[in-house]
Design a protein around this ligand. Sequence first.
Ligand code: AR6
Length: 179
Amino acid sequence: MQTQIGQTTLELVRGDITGQDVDAIVNAANQSLLGGGGVDGAIHRAAGPDLLAECRAVGGCETGDAKITGGYQLKARYVIHTVGPIYFIHLGNAPRLLGSAYRRSLEVAAAHNLTSVAFPSISTGAYGYPVRKAALVALGAVIDFLSKQPHRLTLVQFVLFDDKTLAAYEAALRELVEA
Ligand code: AR6
C-alpha cells in the first residue's frame, strides 16, 4: 500500500529491513546503542562489527532522539538509530516519545539531504507498544513531518516484519488519509 505526501511516496511493505536499498534504514535501538535483539540485533549482524565500533563512539541516545552512523556492510549508506518508549514504563508520555523518535529520525535524514529512508515498527516488539496505537502515532508523525518540514525525501518506507503489523499500519494509514 502506498500514498503520496507532496513529492514523497509513503509506502508500507512487509519484509526484512536489513536488505532494504535506501539511503538510510532506521534502527529501533536502546539508549546504549550497543545492540540488542529484534531488529537491532538483525541490523548489527548484517552491518558487521564496524557498526558497533562507531556506535560505541556515539555514546548513547536518549529516548525519542536519533543518531546517525554509517551502514557498513548494509546496502543502506547510513543507519539512523532511534530509541522508542517502553510502553509500560513511559505510560502517558509514550505517544509523545514515539512521535519524537520518528520526527527526530526524519530531521536527521533531512539534515544529511537523504532522499530515501526505511523505518521498522519502533517500540512494538520488546518495548511492548500495542501495534494499532503505535501505527497511528508513527504514520501521523511521518505525514506531519513530510507535509510541513523542508526535506528532499522522495521515498519513506515502513518495512514491517509480519502480516499482523502490516495490517495494523494499513488500517492506520487508511484512517489518517480518509480523515
Ligand atoms: N526487519 C523489520 N522489522 C523487524 C526485523 C527486521 N529484520 N526484526 C524484527 N522486526 P523490536 P522495540 C520487527 O523488539 O520494540 C532490542 O533489543 C519486530 O517484529 O526489534 O523498539 C533493542 O536493542 C517488531 O514489529 O524493537 C531494544 O532494547 C519491530 O521490529 C529493544 O529491542 C520492533 O521490535 C527495542 O524494542
